[in-house]
Design a protein around this ligand. Structure first.
Ligand code: BGC
Length: 477
């Protein structure tokens, strides 16, 4: 029997003799491929620190480590109504955020789902659609009385843009490259604040985009509103990334006058691009295959081992290999398993959530959602174990990353420190939080660990954009 000690919290044990010797052998190989040893962990810690150092110095190597121009920390007492736009994946949100002081926030929001086709359109079409959507939201808010019917000045808007960008100040963001499936390539190298502003102006929508933040930066700012001890903002959703407060004296690529103006600044790490030259992470044949199938091979390698956009595809490739070898599902495949991106990560959550001895829910997912009607218990155990390996590795890697980031500011670790987290993986993927927590704490050691707390910073990116907009103007909507 294979020892499955990779996920200590797994709520199920394989039944004796349920798996065939071939299945056991396959799982043993997978377990080896997906394990992160202590030795590998040490390499990742060194590699990430090195990539961060390069980024802060601006050597052109390592991570982007983008200065956000958000300095200072929230007290949680700020008040007022602010507009925010949250654009980071398939969903777009416009929010009217009410900061009530005393760490309390309420929010009205409108959601819009992008069609897949918009992801390939010209930038002017994409930003035109966003401007139209803002207009619709404002009209609705005026009708229900949340905004005055007429306005005397432009409404300020904080823009959360969850893609790699270069910032020279709070109100500009030049797209470095798209991630997470967007392919509006003519936007590369352009300032997205200006692009959105132009579409708003062309339509006579009286809104001024006065601040832009990455979602990690927004999440950290929002987390700081609720818990002023917040030091890191983390996103674990479709994509992954982290931001943290760095001492400006360490961000040597900044101009001296910027360094001298404030003690700290939030840095958007863009950690998803860690190890893009594939030298450090123990990538499996499945990671490499998946990477080669994406439109951006050799980019976002760390992200591709962790985040929701990719985990379903890794699962599909593993299962497909063993279907083709006749080791599971009686060798029968389905459209979903035969198609690139045919398996959504949400199904992995459902599979892992099944703690029953017969794994009935796993059978249902395989049947109803993934096109495999007849499964044996062994098939279902196999599918669940594969999910477990993928999820555990993702959580462990994210946890290592967070430990590295926290240890950059040891000066803060002898007091309570909060990591604000948002994203579907963190919220809904079974065991992810506990696995990640364990991984971080192992590296921090007991003394520092006891001061570190992870909190869900739900909708943080919208709230954070509102806070940035407030900082930028201090003029209420
Ligand atoms: C983007 C980051 C973003 C992260 C989480 C990544 O693909 O590059 O800018 O913060 O996704 O949304």
């Amino acid at each position: 029997m294979v020892e499955f000690n990779c996920s200590p919290l797994s709520r199920y044990q394989p039944l004796p003799n349920a798996l065939s010797p071939e299945q056991e052998a396959a799982l043993k190989t997978l377990q080896e491929q997906f394990s992160i040893t202590d030795e590998t962990t040490a390499k990742i810690v060194d590699g990430l620190n090195n990539a961060m150092d390069h980024g802060l110095k601006g050597t052109g190597e390592g991570l982007l480590m983008e200065p956000s121009y958000v300095t200072g920390r929230s007290t949680g007492q700020e008040q007022g109504n602010y507009l925010a736009l949250d654009f980071g994946g398939s969903n777009l949100r416009v929010c009217l955020v009410n900061l009530q002081g005393k760490h309390i926030v309420s929010m009205e929001q409108g959601k819009h789902k992008f069609s897949d086709s918009i992801k390939k359109e010209k930038g002017v079409v994409l930003f035109g659609q966003i401007a139209d959507f803002i207009d619709t939201f404002l009209t609705e808010q005026r009708q229900i009385g949340n905004l005055p019917k007429s306005q005397e000045t432009a409404l300020n808007l904080g823009f959360t843009f969850s893609f790699p960008m270069l910032q020279q100040h709070l109100a500009s963001g030049v797209l470095v490259r798209w991630t997470k499936g967007f392919e509006n390539f003519d936007v590369h190298g352009k300032d997205v604040v200006q692009m959105l502003q132009k579409e708003l102006d062309d339509r006579g929508i009286w809104v001024k985009v006065n601040a832009i933040v990455n979602d990690t930066v927004g999440t950290l700012a929002a987390s700081g509103y609720a818990n002023p001890s917040s030091q890191v903002g983390l996103i674990l959703g479709t994509g992954t990334n982290a931001a943290y407060y760095e001492l400006t004296e360490n961000i040597t690529k900044l101009k001296p006058e910027v360094i001298n103006a404030s003690k700290e600044m939030i840095i958007n790490m863009e950690w998803g691009a860690f190890d893009d030259n594939k030298k450090i992470l123990p990538l499996t044949e499945f990671d490499n295959k998946m990477d080669s199938l994406t439109w951006n091979p050799n980019q976002q390698i760390f992200e591709k081992t962790i985040s929701g956009y990719y985990l379903g595809e890794i699962f599909r490739l593993i299962i497909k290999k063993y279907i083709d070898q006749g080791i599971i599902f009686n060798g029968k495949s389905s459209n979903q398993f035969d198609t690139f991106e045919g398996v959504d990560t949400a199904f992995l959550s459902q599979i892992l959530d099944d703690g029953s001895s017969e794994l009935k829910a796993v059978g249902e997912v395989l049947d109803k959602s993934l096109g495999i009607p007849q499964t044996t218990l062994a098939d279902r155990i196999f599918a669940k174990k594969v999910t477990d390996l993928i999820g555990f590795r993702a959580a462990k890697l994210a946890g290592i990353g967070i430990a590295v980031v926290l240890l950059r500011r040891k000066d803060l670790l002898d007091k309570p420190v909060t990591v604000g987290v948002d994203g579907s993986l963190y919220e809904f993927f079974p065991f992810f939080q506990a696995w990640m927590n364990g991984s971080t704490r192992k590296l921090l050691g007991p003394e520092y660990s006891k001061n570190v707390k992870f909190t869900l910073s739900k909708d943080g990116s919208g709230i954070g954009a509102a806070l940035a907009s407030m900082t930028a103007t201090n003029i209420k909507v």
